[in-house]
Design a protein around this ligand. Structure first.
Ligand code: HAM
Length: 438
């Protein structure tokens, strides 16, 4: 037997049913928030991701040269494609754009718990709205999707941070943008590496200043709420210009906080400046959803990316969004027994007295299927006993029994598979009879 490739899943019908349960929930909640579904190609020009997505993702691309000598890559994420789609039609699209997608993505990562090489994401994004109303709407959408799946604030939290605040803070301490970006890169990595390794990265980047900056960064990362953040900013020794910018940014935080509270999701929010996001394009508020207990990978992540549309040749356009991954989410739901048994079952199963009854049954079944009943029947000749056993196993609630005698009288026997009660129905009245029962 051939094996599938490492990190790629096969979906047997039960797995597909579970996946569809997630996707149906994503669609239902996104619809409540007024998001419209869109799609984009799975294969894209390699250049779309180089520099736009950042070093980490570029190192994980599935890329190759196609037969037309084009450098291409399977999409590792959707955000650059979305930015291109919206940028290309910006002048004709009604703003703000609120769009979602459910699709497969590909990253050549080492397959491990929560990480595969092919995985699905729900992406929700808002483009054309720079204010915190959009950030709040997105965070609320993320929370409501997870709540709809049965998770509560005991199960998960949204770690909320701000790259903009970090940049103002680090510039206030005297760092240029490129150095600040480097420091944020170390903060992002420090979640995944040892403290010693993080120290040596700080030393490489900052030399003598390494220790003092690392301790300032640690103090920022320890902040757990808005009050503590205000206090830290008030006591910090930074330039006046930086202080004015920080104060104004703290007002955005307060506004966002008020919106989140009004939207009923503030109990899920945890201020956590340790989240800076690995992707290169984020500019403002960023967030990740994590389970409260255990050392599991993020359920979702996202944030603001106000420069990406322009970088891809489109107009200046504010944008923000997030993606939920199906791998960590399915693990999380299954550990809590929150994945219902959703394998679809037929409404009706037909039982044939013998091959002589098959044509009459097929005739009726065709009509019932057009009336939207789901019906199965044995494709080969089987004993009545075997058919009754299969009917009980099928999950159907009704069996239609096609016997020689009943057919001669223009009738079919309807059996309730739960109570085993049987009634006779006229073949010409079957649709009505069954509509009354199901
Ligand atoms: P991301 O943080 O790279 O963000 O991915 C979002 C989620 O996708 C992760 O939290 C995780 O659940 C899932 N995910 C990522 N990589 C893997 C993997 N190898 N295996 C399984 N699951 C994975 C983005 O992709 C951004 N483009 C999100 C975004 C949308 N930002 C703005 N709009």
């Amino acid at each position: 037997m051939f094996n599938s490739l490492p990190g790629f899943r096969e979906f047997y019908p039960d797995d597909c049913a579970r996946r569809n349960f997630l996707f149906d929930t994503f669609r239902r909640v996104a619809h409540r928030f007024g998001f419209k579904e869109y799609d984009a190609p799975v294969l894209e020009p390699l250049d779309l991701y180089i520099e736009k997505s950042g070093e980490e993702i570029v190192g994980q691309l599935f890329n190759f040269t196609d037969r037309g000598e084009r450098e291409v890559a399977l999409r590792p994420e959707l955000t650059p494609s979305l930015a291109r789609l919206v940028g290309a039609k910006a002048s004709s699209l009604a703003m703000p754009v609120k769009w979602f997608n459910i699709g497969e993505h590909y990253r050549y990562e080492r397959p491990q718990k929560g990480r595969l090489r092919a995985f699905y994401q729900f992406n929700g994004d808002i483009l054309g709205e720079p204010g915190p109303t959009a950030d709040a709407e997105l965070i609320a959408l993320l929370v409501e999707i997870l709540r709809e799946l049965g998770l509560t604030d005991k199960d998960f939290r949204i770690r909320l941070s701000d790259r903009n605040l970090w940049f103002i803070y680090l510039e206030g301490l005297g760092f240029e943008e490129s150095k600040a970006t480097e420091i944020l890169g170390i903060i992002d990595k420090s979640e995944k590496i040892s403290a010693e390794k993080a120290c040596s990265l700080y030393e490489e980047a900052l030399g003598e200043q390494a220790e003092s900056i690392a301790s300032k960064v640690d103090a920022m990362k320890d902040i757990k709420n808005l009050c503590a953040l205000r206090e830290l900013v008030a006591n910090e020794n930074i330039t006046d210009d930086a202080r004015a910018k920080l104060d104004s940014r703290l007002e955005d935080w307060t506004t966002l906080n008020n919106y989140l509270e009004a939207l009923g999701v503030s109990s899920f929010i945890q201020v956590d400046l340790g989240i800076v996001r690995g992707l290169a394009y984020y500019t403002g508020f960023v967030f990740e959803a994590f389970e409260n207990e255990g050392q599991f990978r993020a359920l979702a992540g996202g944030g603001r990316y106000n420069n990406l549309v322009k970088k891809l040749g489109g107009p200046e356009m504010a944008a923000a969004g997030f993606a939920i991954g199906d791998v960590t989410l399915t693990d999380c739901l299954s550990r809590r027994n929150l994945l219902p048994d959703t394998t679809p079952t037929p409404d009706i199963t037909a039982i044939l007295g013998g091959e002589d009854e098959r044509l009459a049954a097929l005739h009726d079944l065709a009509e019932l299927r057009r009336a939207d009943f789901s019906i199965v029947y044995p494709l080969k000749n089987q004993s009545i006993n075997k058919q009754f056993k299969n009917a009980d196993k099928s999950g159907a609630s009704i069996a239609l029994i096609y016997g020689e005698e009943e057919l001669a009288a223009g009738k079919v026997r309807i059996r309730n598979l739960a109570t085993r009660e049987e009634t006779l129905a006229s073949r010409s009245q079957l649709v009505e009879e069954l509509k009354a029962l199901l």
